[in-house]
Design a protein around this ligand. Structure first.
Ligand code: AMP
Length: 141
């Protein structure tokens, strides 16, 4: 089974009295590319932002419109994001639909969550691909 590179959700800040581990949510994992985009450390062409999500253009577009919708909160994939906070997944899909309209895709687009390296996931921070602007065939490669 291929292992996802680790990219912690939060940093361990030691143990509080009573043995409770102190985890500071919202810290930026140093080794996560998309956390660096969320923090503004790495530039991206951002076209949408809201409380939960950021949307930016894919650096290697596979269609005339190819954007990535990501949660601000780090999780390695969509299933983990949903388990941690189902509202985030809902926000990702809502942002994808809003951006698809903003991009003039007229209701014709594809949303994709690649999950696991065997399915083509290369960045282990949840991201929803939104592709459109050309005919999209099925099955995908
Ligand atoms: P996946 O292969 O599903 O994990 O998708 C990762 C996507 O991130 C790919 O389509 C890459 O082209 C895209 N990507 C990687 N680095 C950047 C970046 N710095 N800015 C925008 N898109 C990126």
């Amino acid at each position: 089974m291929p292992q996802a590179p680790s990219c912690a959700t939060s940093r361990d800040h030691g143990t509080a009295p009573g043995g409770v581990r102190r985890l500071i949510l919202g810290d930026v994992p140093d080794d996560c590319l998309f956390c660096r985009i969320v923090s503004g450390d790495l530039p991206a062409t951002v076209i949408w932002e809201d409380d939960h999500t950021i949307v930016f253009r894919d650096i290697e577009p596979q269609a005339p419109t190819h954007v990535l919708v990501i949660p601000r909160e780090h999780q390695p994939n969509a299933a983990a994001s949903t388990q941690a906070n189902p509202a985030v997944t809902s926000a990702l899909v809502a942002a994808a639909a809003a951006v698809a309209e903003q991009e003039g895709l007229d209701g014709n687009y594809r949303m994709v969550f690649n999950t696991g390296s065997g399915a083509g996931q290369s960045v282990f921070h949840t991201h929803l691909h939104v592709l459109g602007g050309r005919d999209l065939t099925w099955p995908p490669g």
